[in-house]
Design a protein around this ligand. Structure first.
Ligand SMILES: *Cc1c(COP(=O)(O)O)cnc(C)c1O
Length: 357
């Protein structure tokens, strides 16, 4: 038996999704395919409360982190950094040769609307990058408030990494003024890795159209991708098994109810925090704790390597810290298709294992 996944990606996948992926493929230039993609796009639009363009990408989310900055900025990028993944976005911006300023907070703290306001009022940025849920620290940033600030700057686009937050908490794309939001499918979507999706505003598409192809490249040119998307097509051969999985997952989300799904995530997050808050301490700034994963400090000085190893021998995979936090923190995911029973189960085993350490 493979250990059950309680790491923040890839996450646990239900058998129904695995079965959906195992279907015989269809040609990607057929009417059947267009129907499949169209169903997925309409479903995602509903989940993101948007009428804007939704595009699928056969890549991990990092492909879209790179594509976003290359398609959406020809002036200067403001990268807001609060942990390892938002730092990756800043690194990608630099590596792509774009002009940028980086605005950091200490890991564990949130990027706030005030911080974004201060940066935008003193600079000349055409793109803001911000992470919704910082997977390395367990912080969920106040996206609605950040969106309100960026709206005051009509030339500035808002690009959001929602990789580990999408479907764990609401993201109201149109209302919050988000120009690009993206996620891969192996986090709160509960689907095996290898695929990503995004929404793009009209203004984002206009910006992309104004940028030379030599900056955007071919594979991730948003204009090309959107043109194909309008015909329920992709520019290149997509991962059809992932589209089957998304279609199946959208049916399941409809059956559960989106609000119920959010409520389930909230309940699981509360349960996990209550379990360990006193003993270990939370890494996230109070008030900004993530709905999809919890990052614990190691106040009890546990041997974290032994903890992770012992959990693995009991068939549970949990995570030590990420990046600079390795060995100092441990993380437990409570997202996707994990249910409260799974959480009770893993917490019981954690208690037993910690007792033995
Ligand atoms: C996992 C993760 C990524 C990277 O996603 P890939 O699909 O592995 O490229 C980026 N940002 C955040 C916040 C993540 O949690």
């Amino acid at each position: 038996m493979k250990p059950k996944l309680f790491i923040p990606g890839p996450t646990h996948v239900d058998q129904e999704i695995l079965d959906a992926m195992a279907q015989y493929p269809i040609g990607h230039r057929t009417a059947d395919y267009r129907e499949l993609q169209s169903k997925v796009v309409t479903g995602v639009q509903e989940l993101l409360y948007t009428n804007q363009s939704v595009l699928v990408s056969t890549s991990s989310a990092t492909g879209l982190m790179e594509a976003g900055v290359r398609n959406l900025s020809n002036q200067k990028v403001a990268n807001f950094v609060c942990g390892a993944f938002s730092q990756r976005q800043a690194d990608i911006t630099r590596i792509c040769g774009l002009d940028q300023d980086i605005f950091k907070v200490e890991w564990g703290q949130a990027t706030t609307a005030e911080q974004v306001e201060a940066a935008l009022s003193s600079g000349d940025y055409d793109l803001v990058t911000v992470v919704f849920n910082e997977t390395s620290t367990g912080v969920m940033n106040p996206l609605a408030e950040i969106g309100e600030v960026v709206k005051q700057y009509p030339n500035t686009l808002l690009m959001v990494d929602a990789v580990s937050g999408m479907l764990g908490a609401p993201i109201k794309v149109d209302e919050w003024g988000i120009d690009m939001v993206f996620a891969s499918v192996q986090k709160a979507w509960g689907i095996p890795p290898g695929f990503a999706l995004m929404s793009l505003s009209d203004q984002a598409l206009e910006r992309s159209a104004s940028i030379p192809e030599s900056q955007k490249g071919f594979y991730f040119d948003f204009v090309r991708m959107h043109k194909a998307g309008e015909k329920s097509q992709t520019t290149v051969t997509p991962s059809i098994p992932h589209l089957y999985a998304l279609a199946a997952q959208l049916d399941r989300i409809k059956a559960e109810g989106l609000d119920n799904r959010f409520a389930r995530h909230k309940a699981m997050a509360t349960r996990v925090r209550d379990w360990g808050n006193d003993r270990f301490g939370l890494f996230a700034q109070p008030g900004y704790e993530s709905a999809t994963l919890t990052c614990f400090q190691n106040a009890a000085q546990l041997d974290l390597i032994a903890l992770v190893e012992k959990m693995k021998t009991r068939d549970y995979l949990i995570s030590g810290g990420y990046g600079d936090l390795k060995g100092q923190t441990f993380r437990l995911a409570h997202m996707g298709d994990l249910q409260m029973d799974d959480i009770e189960d893993v917490l019981n085993v954690m208690d037993e294992v910690i007792e033995e350490l």
